[in-house]
Design a protein around this ligand. Structure first.
Ligand SMILES: [Zn+2]
Length: 623
């Protein structure tokens, strides 16, 4: 940004920030058309901590709530990705910018180090069904089709091996965590209004069926566990879960069976280590926060300081999105960076405090977007990551007293750099289909955050705040799509916003407005603006006069069919005629002589992601 632009920005922010009322266009949302499948799992697992192999039994009661008859079902077998020659292995060795965590490591795994899930038997209502493993997917051809509203029971025996940790899941992480168990069981693929989502596991993103998980894990008694679900037998296993003063039961053959129950989730994750510390504290609304981390003096202080800050993060998201619906959350040292799961996160623990709190804020924010709303992050990775980054940056600014003027600045810069210099792919690209890992990252995280922040510019900050809450209220536990979000924004604001979703997520069209010409005629100033980019936007125009007064002009975008509220109510605003997209230029007059003007600029807020902001400013030459 140029100095002039920064100067104008500070002038504008010196009096007050955004403040505006919102339109009250609330109507009851109609979700009658909506249906979702339901899957109740019961699993019993016996883990051998020496070979990292485990035996599993799974009973799955599946309810077909769709209007369709199902002839096949699909399960994910994610651990099969960790075998030489798998899709994940080949992709990570051939992509131009490999993920350093993966690289060629999968190709070098020895048989006792790979991951696998072998399905040994599968029955539908007690009768064996034919099934076939293809990579990370199990194809099941049903004996009897499942008709709409029918419930069937699948019973399965499987055995599996935990891979050396390469990506997310695995054994013996670089920080010495024994077991990071994510995507570790045969997991039914989701079937929704778009059909089956039996995506192979290539490296990223998950989508699952809502239901209840009843999971019993038998493991050596010296291991401490944490993860999704409420522990049903805390006084038997202890490890910091028991009531004060209770002595845990005697292990059977050196093992405990941990019994967890997780209602209304779409996944179940756990981690275990024989050297975890376990702290419990109370969070907002009576919830319990658990912290499980290695007993390592180097990280102790950070992990203690993290705890009250995590409470503040929950409080922030509860206030700004809606209440967290579970009564438990666990921050667990494990995994290979940070990853969000149901009622927990696995993050690496040897970090600076800022990195530890930053990652925790990100993963906790995911609880709302990836977990409770549960968007399809394979298809719409930006929708999950973008909103997560958007909200966690706002939360960190408050919780860590960062006092940033523009918390989204890094994402705007990354996005604009990609739009100008890279072969950008649309946000609607499937998460696995980006040409480069870096393009996936900048699109999903940075441009995704810009999508959310820019809506504040388009419809106003209060409308955005209102939309987030309404969206969460209406779509928690429902797998909403980006269109559901934009429809919610339309209902809250009364504005037509479909164009924004289409242009910004399904194309690589860019925003580029410019001040083309300024001239004075008979004591009035005439300004001509130009739309140089393909993407339309409403335009806010600011004028700083030499006498230090300010004025603004708003040019509504015709296709929105609504006028947004004044972004800065302390600056007098003139609403001009609308600007229809097809017209490349727009001229308006100001009742002021050019000599009285100091600076003029398009969008002083920086919330409009103009890819070439240099031509958004006009400084009147000093005499
Ligand atoms: Zn994320």
């Amino acid at each position: 940004m140029s100095n002039l632009f920064t100067l104008l920005f500070f002038i504008l922010f010196s009096v007050s920030g955004f403040s505006q009322p919102y339109h009250n266009y609330l109507e009851n949302i109609n979700t009658d058309y909506y249906w979702q499948q339901h899957a109740d799992y019961k699993m019993e697992i016996d883990m051998d901590v020496k070979t990292y192999q485990y035996q599993g039994k799974q009973e799955l009661i599946y309810t077909n709530n769709s209007p369709d008859t199902l002839y096949r079902v699909f399960y994910h077998l994610h651990f099969n990705a960790f075998q030489p020659g798998s899709e994940m292995d080949i992709q990570s060795r051939t992509v131009v910018d490999p993920d350093r965590r993966i690289g060629d490591r999968i190709s070098k795994l020895q048989p006792h180090e790979t991951g696998y899930i072998n399905v040994n038997s599968l029955k539908q209502n007690g009768v064996a069904v034919s099934h076939k493993t293809v990579g990370t997917i199990l194809e099941v051809t049903l004996n009897q089709p499942i008709i709409p509203k029918e419930k069937v029971t699948f019973t399965m025996d499987f055995n599996a091996q935990v891979p050396l940790q390469i990506r997310r899941s695995g054994r013996n992480s670089s920080e010495g965590v024994a077991l990071s168990m994510a995507q570790w069981y045969p997991k039914l693929a989701e079937y929704d209004f778009e059909g089956w989502h039996a995506d192979p596991y290539i490296a990223r993103e998950f989508y699952g069926v809502w239901g209840n998980f009843d999971v019993k894990i038998t493991i050596d008694s010296n291991y401490t566990l944490g993860g999704t679900g409420y522990l049903q037998n805390p006084n038997s296993v202890g490890h910091g879960y028991q009531d004060t003063g209770v002595k845990p039961a005697k292990p059977v053959k050196g093992k405990y069976t941990w019994h967890f129950y997780a209602p209304d989730v779409h996944d179940f994750t756990w981690a275990a280590d024989d050297n975890y510390l376990h702290d419990k504290i109370e969070g907002p609304n009576g919830m319990t926060l658990h912290f499980l981390y290695k007993n390592d003096p180097e990280i102790l202080e950070n992990w203690k300081n993290l705890q009250p800050k995590t409470v503040e993060l929950f409080d922030y998201f509860n206030r700004h999105i809606g209440n967290y619906p579970y009564r438990q959350y666990s921050v667990i040292q494990g995994g290979d960076g940070g990853m969000e799961y149901g009622m927990c996160t696995l993050i690496t623990g040897k970090r600076s405090f800022n990195s530890l709190i930053g990652t925790t804020a990100h993963e906790v924010a995911h609880s709302w977007f990836q977990f409770i709303l549960a968007t399809n992050e394979s298809k719409h990775s930006w929708f999950d990551e973008g909103f997560t980054v958007y909200m966690s940056n706002l939360a960190l600014n408050e919780v860590m007293n960062q006092n940033k003027d523009f918390v989204h600045q890094n994402s705007y810069e990354s996005y604009i750099n990609m739009a100008v210099n890279e072969e950008e792919q649309p946000l609607s690209t499937h998460a696995d289909r980006f040409k480069k890992n870096s393009l996936f990252g900048t699109a999903s995280y940075s441009k995704g955050e810009v999508f959310a922040a820019q809506l504040e510019y388009i419809m106003g900050r209060e409308n955005m705040a209102k939309t987030l809450k309404r969206f969460y209220r209406d779509f928690a536990f429902k797998h909403p799509t980006p269109n559901d979000f934009i429809r919610t924004a339309e209902k809250v604001s009364g504005m037509q916003l479909g164009w924004y979703l289409t242009d910004f997520t399904q194309t690589t069209n860019t925003i580029d407005y410019a001040i083309k010409n300024v001239e004075e005629k008979e004591g009035k100033t005439f300004v001509t603006l130009e739309r140089k980019g393909l993407m339309p936007m409403p335009v806010d125009f600011y004028v700083a006069f030499k006498d230090e007064t300010l004025a603004s002009y708003h040019i509504p975008l015709r296709m929105m069919h609504e006028i947004k509220e004044n972004t800065y109510p302390h600056i007098p605003r003139t609403v001009l005629n609308d600007w229809a997209w097809a017209y490349r230029e727009y001229t308006f007059e100001m009742d002021a002589a050019l000599k009285d003007i100091k600076i003029m600029a398009i969008d002083a807020s920086q919330y409009m992601a103009d890819v070439n902001p240099e031509d958004n400013i006009f400084e009147v030459n000093r005499e």
